[in-house]
Design a protein around this ligand. Sequence first.
Ligand SMILES: Nc1ncnc2c1ncn2[C@@H]1O[C@H](COP(=O)(O)OP(=O)(O)O)[C@@H](O)[C@H]1O
Ligand SMILES: CC(=O)OP(=O)(O)O
Ligand SMILES: [Mg+2]
Length: 399
Amino acid sequence: MPTSEAVLVLNSGSSSIKFGLFEIAAAEPVLLCKGLLDEHEDKPRLTVRSPAGETLFDKQRASADTDGGHLFADVLGFIEDRFGAGSLRAAAHRIVHGGPDYSAPVVLTDAVRAKLEALTPLAPLHQPRCLAPIHAISAIRPELTQIACFDTAFHHGLAPPTSRFAIPRRFEARGIRRYGFHGLSFEYVAGRLGGIAPELAAGRTVIAHLGNGASLCALRGGQSVDTTMGLTPLDGLVMGTRCGTIDPGVLLYLQQHEKMAVEDLQHLLYHESGLLGVSGLSADMRELLASREIAAREAVDLFVLRAAQQIAMMVTTLGGLDCLVFTGGIGEHAREIRSAIGERLAWLGVRIDAAANDEARERIGGEDSMVEVFVIPTNEEQVIARHCVAMLRTRSQVS
Ligand SMILES: Nc1ncnc2c1ncn2[C@@H]1O[C@H](COP(=O)(O)OP(=O)(O)O)[C@@H](O)[C@H]1O
Ligand SMILES: CC(=O)OP(=O)(O)O
Ligand SMILES: [Mg+2]
């Protein structure tokens, strides 16, 4: 099936690498197929499905290669075989940290890549995983335009006091401030909310992106005015393996009295904490909800309490709440979590309709709710494809 022109979108998250291939002839990019690169096993596996979920390609390699380069060769080979050589105009990537400089997508050059690599200490779990596909693709197709879209860009307008940490100002001048993440997801969901309920999107909204990584965004008129993640994607909510907000004194204590090295501390906070650390069982919300272990229940309770507490924090920044939106793997699929968070926010006038919630309808707020409540599935790949197309159009007008 030859296609006119397409862009490849890569979404490297903490627990998966997803990709989408989009046709770009129409104003809105159209998904042709989507895939998953699973590197968690010894035998990396690439699966590609049609938008309807039919398997188009499934290949498991015999052994892991350390940079994942073969998997990307397989992806590009699949695209060429199925959609025709020369159909691919660009590859666009979700990059978790854009630092202080990038408030919009950018074409990847060697200089940009070097800047993004230098941000690795600020997102050690994510940045290398986001940058690896760029290297792999440019080794195979050096002439292909590659574009970076940033999780941080949506929050670029955050200003003091929201963006400020209460440490001496000289550190702020060195870029130590709240950046915020999951911006591509928030951008997509805010756009969908604008389509569903424009009058609400113009008001005060909190979007809860609850996935393996989790964060909240407070939006006024569709713009980010506060968020729970900070300089790094460690701050804020309890996550799959990350601790979220923690007394900084704990870190000093662990260094000074438990003699933990910085690398061990980093591993503890990014990989061994959160739902996994508290339950001792799993980082996966599905497993915890299915478990009868007390520690699993306690991990879920802590997740819910922190989410509700921090939603209230976002509401304080906004000075009230018109609309609460759930998204991300947990937000979209775990009705128990949505209803438990809703119950904790009853004092704010939040009421969730049990039947609507069980069926994961789009609007789940009860008749008597003072706050509209929605479930809106996120689609980071679609928003990246839009940015990529806009950038290609601008470039072709300029040249
Ligand atoms: N049906 C479900 N019920 C409860 N949790 C779910 C369900 N489906 C997915 N999840 C949870 O969603 C989380 C992964 O979210 P996702 O947004 O896909 O992650 P990522 O951050 O990798 O994009 C996991 O904790 C998983 O258990
Ligand atoms: C920024 C972040 O936490 O991303 P993810 O949810 O993909 O881990
Ligand atoms: Mg994600």
